[in-house]
Design a protein around this ligand. Structure first.
Ligand code: ADP
Ligand code: ADP
Length: 233
């Protein structure tokens, strides 16, 4: 069973009288533990596809089955629950709360869970240890480097123990050395069993993933598998 099964997905944005087809009949199956890159020119629909995969947005037509559950049949509450359980998001701009410590930032997604503050703190500490920041729990984002901030954001995505990690240009703001470190972390998470999907402009990152989906004008124009060799390890 595919973790993510998209069939004939279209996404139309309506703006007054006008409408724009951002995704045009996209069909893709993604299996458990795949390591996939989504590439394509700016405006080709990459973010739109990620938002649909991550249940932040819904398709205008077509069918999306996430971990065996048709998304169309879910209520708003069920969708929010599924999103919270299945996917972790990592963005280019980190999106951390500036006045909150690394620990508080990582505890954030657990606020809606019925668990004690002590348990939240324990899980957040474990997630920060996982990304190599066990000694920076009380640092503010401004006291961390770009790579460390992205590690906090990855810990925040990991803390709910999602199966699927979605990164929208997760290394877009990082230099090449830091990019390598973050890609090594994604490799480790892939080895741990996570399904990893990254939107990227960078050819090197696409080559590093196991499978590359290319979008142009909202259509999938190629879907290829890289050889087992990895550029960053
Ligand atoms: P990419 O991530 O590949 O740059 P996007 O998915 O962000 O592409 O956007 C695809 C197309 O859809 C673009 O032409 C963009 O202008 C349009 N678009 C994206 N989001 C919206 C929106 N909320 N409303 C209207 N048009 C949008
Ligand atoms: P990127 O190319 O870095 O993926 P974009 O700049 O294309 O990002 O878009 C970022 C986000 O802004 C999109 O996910 C979309 O929700 C929103 N967006 C993009 N284009 C438009 C638009 N024309 N109108 C409204 N929102 C848009």
């Amino acid at each position: 069973m595919s973790v993510i099964a998209l069939s004939n997905i279209c996404k139309e944005y309506k703006m007054g009288e006008q409408s724009f087809l951002a995704l045009d009949n996209v069909s893709v199956n993604i299996e458990e533990n795949e390591y996939l890159a989504i590439i394509g020119p700016s405006g080709s629909g990459k973010s739109t596809l990620m938002n649909i995969i991550g249940c932040l947005d819904v398709a205008s037509s077509g069918e999306y089955v996430l971990q065996g559950k048709p998304v169309k049949k879910m209520t708003e509450t069920e969708l929010a629950g599924q999103r919270n359980k299945s996917v972790g998001f990592i963005f280019q701009s980190f999106n951390l709360i500036p006045r909150a410590s690394a620990l508080s930032n990582v505890m954030q997604p657990l606020i809606y869970r019925f668990i004690s503050a002590k348990e939240r703190q324990k899980l957040a500490t474990q997630a920060l240890e996982k990304v190599g920041l066990g000694d920076k729990l009380h640092h503010l984002p401004s006291q961390l480097s770009g790579g460390q901030r992205q590690r906090v954001a990855i810990a925040r995505a990991l803390v709910t123990k999602p199966d699927i990690l979605l990164g929208d240009e997760p290394t877009g703001n990082l230099d090449s050395k830091t990019t390598n470190e973050i890609m090594s972390l994604f490799d480790e998470l892939h080895n741990d069993g996570h399904t990893i999907i990254l939107v990227t402009h960078e050819q090197e990152i696409a080559e590093h993933c196991q499978r590359v989906l290319r979008l142009v004008d909202g259509k999938v124009v190629s879907d290829t598998r890289n050889s087992e060799e990895r550029a960053y390890v």
